[in-house]
Design a protein around this ligand. Structure first.
Ligand SMILES: [Zn+2]
Length: 402
């Protein structure tokens, strides 16, 4: 039996048209009303009415003039950045980063709060509410200008319910965060996997703007992935997305944080690379006593200084990663792969062997026009900005009506 689709009422239609125009103005700014009419297919009357209303709401502004056909001047429109704000929260093991973004996705204000979120889900909501309330107070942004709040968390997230299903990094399982935050702040709250947040940022404001099919892979504390397929975020049947880090890499391999043996993340991640280095160092020189406690930053430094064991650890990891990426390319045939890391040099150390393995294992023509973008310096601020972009993504898209 088919579900009856509710009729689109006048108000909903206006909302759809308004968001369509806002998104076209965002993407094509500065843009004239004539051009908007051509891009949207809406009537001249609707365009004039809607843009007047958006100017009144301070969501767009007239920024200049262009010579239109017939010699008449046409006003150009663009998004007014301070017309609204969103809040982004990035929840890490021992830190919460809060950002306030304007409608251009720029960071207006940022604060870091230190607290042990790992294994402490019981206190997390209370800490988030207290710190965000104080943050809003300090930014002095009127509450009615805040469009919503986005939260980025590692692991599997049920975005419909706002529930963190499993985050091994935070050691949170079935933790409901969306509804209590929404109730307290009386704002729309979006919760998603942090890598999905980051791809949202890429898609709205960075390299991802140019592509309809692209993948984003993050290497750091874990190995994450998000995908945009035909302009739509890939979520799978349960809405939980793709877990690149937990594909089996070697059945007899290292035990992953998720409990399974041989996940790719146990090899391609900060702790995975350090462990590979420790194994190599143990084979080549037994006197390396502190190798297993070395940080990834120290290991990068060692490699940059020419330490052969450190260089080998990155080379081996590059091959593992390249093999994994080839699987992704063979499955998704993306236009672009964006690879992110928080540091300046780590991706460079992996890149030669990664590219070789990727090229070798990509099937037929699937990698023919593939663009690879390495986003170094994808800092914790970028992740928090991604969380805020969950709200902006909703703001600039047409509402679903069934
Ligand atoms: Zn795993």
């Amino acid at each position: 039996m088919y579900r009856q689709v509710p009729p689109v009422d006048r108000k909903m239609m206006q909302k759809i048209n308004q968001n369509t125009l806002l998104n076209l103005i965002r993407v094509h700014a500065p843009v004239s009303r004539t051009e908007l009419r051509r891009l949207s297919g809406l009537s001249q009357g609707t365009i004039f009415g809607m843009t007047a209303s958006l100017i009144e709401q301070q969501l767009i502004v007239e920024t200049g003039e262009t010579q239109s056909t017939g010699g008449r001047k046409a006003e150009l429109l663009e998004i007014y950045p301070e017309g609204g704000y969103v809040i982004g929260l990035e929840i890490r093991e021992y830190e919460l980063v809060i950002v306030l973004l304007n409608l251009h996705g720029n960071i207006v204000s940022i604060e870091h709060y230190e607290a042990q979120f790992r294994s402490n889900a019981n206190h997390a909501i209370e800490w988030m509410i207290t710190s965000v309330d104080a943050f809003i107070e300090r930014t002095q942004v009127p509450r009615n200008k805040i469009l919503g709040l986005g939260c980025g968390v590692s692991g599997c997230v049920n975005t419909q319910l706002g529930v963190v299903v499993d985050s091994w990094i935070l050691n949170w399982h079935n933790v409901t965060i969306g509804p209590p935050l929404q109730e307290h702040f009386a704002l729309p709250v979006f919760v998603d996997n942090a890598v999905n947040c980051l791809i949202c940022y890429e898609r709205l404001f960075r390299s991802g703007q140019m592509y309809h099919d692209f993948l984003l892979v993050t290497i750091g504390r874990g190995l994450g992935m998000a995908a945009i397929i035909r302009d739509i975020p890939f979520r799978g049947s349960q809405g939980l997305g793709a877990e690149f880090g937990h594909i089996p890499f070697g059945a007899e391999g290292r035990i992953c944080e998720c409990g399974n043996p041989g996940c790719l993340e146990a090899y391609v991640s900060d702790h995975g690379i350090v462990r590979t280095y420790a194994e190599i160092a143990a084979r080549s020189n037994a006197s390396h006593s502190a190798v297993s406690t070395i940080s990834i930053e120290q290991l990068v430094e060692l490699a940059l200084q020419g330490d052969q064991d450190a260089l080998q650890a990155f080379e081996v990891t590059g091959t593992y990663l390249g093999n994994g990426l080839a699987s992704l390319v063979n499955l998704f045939n993306p236009e672009c792969l964006i690879i992110c890391n928080e540091g300046e040099h780590l991706l460079s150390l992996l890149s030669t062997t990664m590219t070789n393995a990727l090229t070798q294992h990509t099937f037929s023509q699937l990698g023919k026009n593939l663009q690879i973008i390495c986003e170094k310096n994808t800092t914790i601020e970028s992740w928090a900005r991604g969380a805020g972009c969950l709200v902006l993504q909703d703001f600039f898209s047409s509402p679903k009506h069934f």
